[in-house]
Design a protein around this ligand. Structure first.
Ligand code: ADP
Ligand code: MG
Length: 447
């Protein structure tokens, strides 16, 4: 049966996720009378995931396969002794010696307590990234090095990255983990030059077991920083230390990122997080509501989730807003209260009030061309500029994602949209004509 179940799951999951959850999971004993199946899993994270997400499938599958009401029991495997307690013991603090025994940066490790694998809801858009992150957390430095997670704002990149840190810390409390925003690396580096503390800087970054660099797109155009990061990367990589990076785009799309960094970033695995589908958004809201001790009916969850369709941070914000509204009005949370609470949420207005076709119409009119041309492929300047402006405005004034905007413009690639937005964004600083046009158009569009 186990083989049967594994085959079933192998079809449902992609390879990365399948390996993460199934490779080191094995049945160890079966009690025929109680139908208890003891299953050994690799670590507590795996255990949690199996209990929450996979056990119901296992039960269903067993029922379908053998008509048995299976009772799965998960145990964390330990190669040394089966009795070992897996949760790390709290570390004793030596009161007499308050001076930290660990290098300074250990004290500075700033991970958000909530950003764990346990709190991460998996869905279509993120399961590949989550699988990869788990694989990396399970065996840092050996699977996918570096791991490069990319995708839009508020989709869970930072959450996943920190979850890797949390898990590694849970398993090896002494591991040296560095989590930083890429700007911190930049600032640390500049300060180390000013203060002549480059040795400390290198000690901090080149001797850790796990380096997490968030939003690495800010290394764009910074040659000196890239040079330094290159050496950091080389040292860690050669020592088989795990490197994880996030970015809002692919390495090849980061402006002026040196060839050698681009190529190194592709040595491991690049994995994208895409916006969550409705089902995942509802699941995230439900999880969030539960953790806040709120009971919210499905209709309301559905309503909120349908209002915010890209950014998970904003999705969470919408829930907070509804909750606050209910408290102030002393009313129960239901769809109509949610609607009321969210009408003054800017992002709902944005989405409701202004749609991309409207922007296309106004822009086409302004430049005396047609919406068909804006959605078309012609590359003459008279059309390219209005098209790029229309894309830029769609990005600025609506809540639509890059892929969605691409779709609305005749099925163009999201990178085309991104390029247009970057380009117009720059031109309004330098080109007075474009600046004026964008200004006029915004007024016409009532923004
Ligand atoms: P990013 O770094 O991609 O901009 P974050 O990791 O900061 O996004 O995520 C934004 C918020 O959404 C955080 O509060 C995070 O906990 C939450 N979040 C994102 N993805 C998920 C998910 N799959 N399950 C639960 N919460 C999520
Ligand atoms: Mg982030």
């Amino acid at each position: 049966f186990w083989q049967h179940f594994n085959n079933e799951m192998r079809e449902r999951f992609n390879e990365v996720a399948y390996n993460a959850w199934f490779k080191n999971t094995k049945p160890i004993s079966y009690d025929k009378e109680k139908h208890e199946l003891k299953i050994s899993v690799q670590n507590p994270v795996s255990k949690g995931y199996w209990e929450k997400n996979l056990s119901s499938q296992l039960i269903q599958s067993a029922y379908g396969y053998a008509g048995i009401e299976l009772l799965p029991i998960f145990q964390v495997a330990d190669t040394n002794s089966p009795e070992r307690i897996v949760t790390p013991e709290p570390r004793r603090i030596n009161i007499e010696n308050k001076k930290p025994a660990k290098p300074g940066f250990m004290q500075n490790l700033q991970l958000n307590d909530k950003y764990t694998f346990d709190n991460f809801v998996q869905g279509e858009g993120n399961k590949l990234a989550a699988g990869a992150a788990l694989a990396v957390a399970d065996s840092p430095g050996s699977f996918y090095n570096p791991l490069f997670i990319f995708g839009g704002v508020g989709l869970g990149k930072t959450h996943l990255m920190q979850a890797i840190g949390h898990q590694m810390l849970a398993e090896k409390p002494d591991a040296k983990i560095v989590y930083i925003q890429s700007e911190t690396f930049v600032n640390d580096f500049i300060n180390s030059i000013k203060n002549k503390t480059q040795d400390e800087f290198r000690e901090k970054y080149r001797t850790c077991d796990l380096l997490l660099v968030d939003d690495i797109q800010f290394f764009a155009k910074k040659e000196g920083i890239q040079e330094e990061f290159f050496h950091t990367f080389e040292t860690l990589y050669n020592d088989q230390k795990q490197i994880v990076m996030t970015s809002d785009r692919l390495p090849t799309e980061i402006p002026d990122l040196s060839e050698r960094l681009v190529s190194r970033f592709t040595w491991g695995l690049q994995v994208e997080i895409t916006p969550p589908d409705l089902e995942t958004r509802i699941a995230i809201l439900r999880r969030k509501a539960e953790s806040e001790g709120l009971t919210i009916d499905d209709n309301t969850l559905n309503y909120i989730a349908s209002q915010v369709d890209t950014n998970i941070r904003e999705l969470e914000g919408a829930l907070v807003k509804v909750q606050a509204h209910a408290t102030i009005e002393k009313e129960d949370i239901n769809p109509s209260l949610a609607r009321e609470a969210l009408t003054d949420l800017k992002l709902v207005q944005k989405d409701r009030g202004l749609q991309i076709p409207k922007i296309q119409e106004v822009v086409a009119n302004y430049f005396q061309t047609s919406t068909e041309e804006l959605k078309g492929k012609k590359r003459v300047r008279q059309i390219v500029v209005p098209r790029q402006i229309a894309m830029y405005l769609s990005r600025e004034l609506t809540n639509a994602s890059l892929p969605k905007i691409g779709q609305e413009f005749g099925g163009k690639d999201h990178t085309t949209v991104m390029h247009a937005c970057d380009k117009i964004g720059k031109q309004i600083q330098t080109d007075t004509e474009i600046k004026a046009a964008v200004f006029d158009l915004k007024q016409m569009l009532d923004h």
